[in-house]
Design a protein around this ligand. Structure first.
Ligand code: NAP
Length: 359
């Protein structure tokens, strides 16, 4: 029997790519959902899969869209703080749920729905984008062998040619405006986001690149898991865009501009105009430092996606749906860290140009 998968935001950047991948899965019947019927029907006709008009802020339309659905992939960002309406409704209707949120408090907050998820015998998983999942599986791969881990450094960069939707730009600007916890000189500090620019060595094809500290869910989640301090750095591939984002942050801190998110549409248009420059790659480096046998000990993990970074960024959500379809997954509500293993991800990456280096 086929299982119906509803991809909310299915004509958006990530939603459409997830639909394109999952519609190839034997036994999956994909439906894309969104509030703009004209855009939805166009993508529906191109892909040859049904479209349902649904605004996730409207209970009745959301309820109707969930009829007969086995799992929901929610890409309707930016995710509004404390707004778990889709996940809650899924728990009540016995529907598995995964989202692409990247905001720390949102991802951690999903755990508040654990009781309802267990009652509904479903998994509710938040934060199945690339950053948290990839950092988690890489850290887990190199953690064995340490007696203690004292600090973790994460550096991530998505190439400029990877498509980014408006919601991604809004989420990026919101993340830049948040303060970031960093671990420096053996102590936690809190600093403004998108500051402390530093040239960091990323795996090729990126090489050395200027990155900034930023808030990310892995700071809290991996910090607790390993009892270590965590610093996360990210940035944009094109130096000009990287600087513009850093300047916007400075102007915001000086009180010259109130809310950088207001510039999302303009920056999104500029970024789209510059899409032909740069790479469609994605790079991530995780460094663990600590002790083994009383001596300082360090391990490195790097992941590079050479082409079509977008498919790889969407791969955790796809992997989860496949896991549920195969009867796996625990009931409960979880941030997407420790939910997928390196083996789950390498199965997904087998058809993508992903290179993993552990040392
Ligand atoms: N963590 C990661 O690694 C990672 C990576 C990539 C993306 N993301 C996140 O994934 C999310 C999607 O990114 P994207 O690049 O795909 O953005 P996008 O292209 O703007 O797609 C978002 C989609 O959601 C739809 N939507 C928004 N509000 C809705 C509502 N109330 N009801 C129904 N549909 C609604 C939008 O439709 P309309 O056009 O009608 O508004 C659009 O189709 C963002 O939050 C982004 O931050 C995370």
């Amino acid at each position: 029997m086929t299982k119906k998968i509803l991809i909310l935001g299915g004509y958006g950047t990530c939603g459409r790519r997830i639909a394109e991948i999952l519609m190839q899965e034997p036994g999956a019947e994909c439906v894309i959902g969104g509030r703009d019927a004209a855009r939805g029907q166009l993508v529906s006709a191109t892909l040859g899969i049904p479209f349902v008009t649904v605004d996730i802020q409207r209970q009745a339309s959301l309820n109707a869209a969930l009829d007969g659905i086995f799992a929901v992939v929610n890409t309707c960002g930016p995710f509004r703080p404390h707004d778990y309406v889709v996940a809650e409704r899924c728990a009540r209707r016995g529907v598995h749920y995964v989202d692409m949120a990247d905001e720390t408090s949102y991802i951690l907050g999903i755990q508040g729905l654990s009781g309802r998820a267990v009652e509904g015998h479903v998994s509710l998983v938040s934060g199945a984008g690339s950053g948290l999942v990839f950092s988690s599986v890489l850290a887990a791969a190199i953690a064995p062998g340490f007696d203690t881990i004292t600090d973790i450094e994460i550096a991530a960069l998505s190439g400029n040619r990877n498509p980014r939707g408006l919601a991604s730009m809004q989420a990026l600007l919101a993340a830049q405006a948040r303060r970031a916890r960093i671990f420096e000189g053996g102590a936690w500090q809190e600093v403004p986001g998108y500051t402390r620019g530093r040239t960091v060595a990323l795996p090729e094809p990126f090489g050395r690149h200027r990155l900034y500290v930023a808030d990310a869910p892995e700071i809290e989640i991996l910090g607790k898991r390993y009892g270590a301090g965590v610093t996360y750095r990210t940035g944009l591939e094109l130096a000009v865009l990287n600087r513009v984002h850093a300047w916007l942050g400075s102007l915001n801190r000086l009180g010259v501009i109130a809310d950088p998110a207001r510039y999302a549409r303009g920056l999104h248009a500029v970024q789209k105009g510059l899409r032909r420059f740069g790479k469609a790659a994605f790079g991530l480096r995780v460094v663990l430092r600590g002790e083994r046998g009383g001596q300082p000990f360090m391990r490195n993990a790097a992941l590079v996606v050479c082409e079509d970074g977008l498919s790889t960024l969407c791969s955790p959500a796809v992997a989860l749906v496949r896991k549920w379809m195969a009867g796996g997954g625990e009931p409960g509500a979880f941030p997407c860290s420790g939910v997928l293993t390196l083996a789950d991800m390498t199965r997904e990456w087998a058809t993508q140009q992903v290179v993993l280096q552990l040392s």
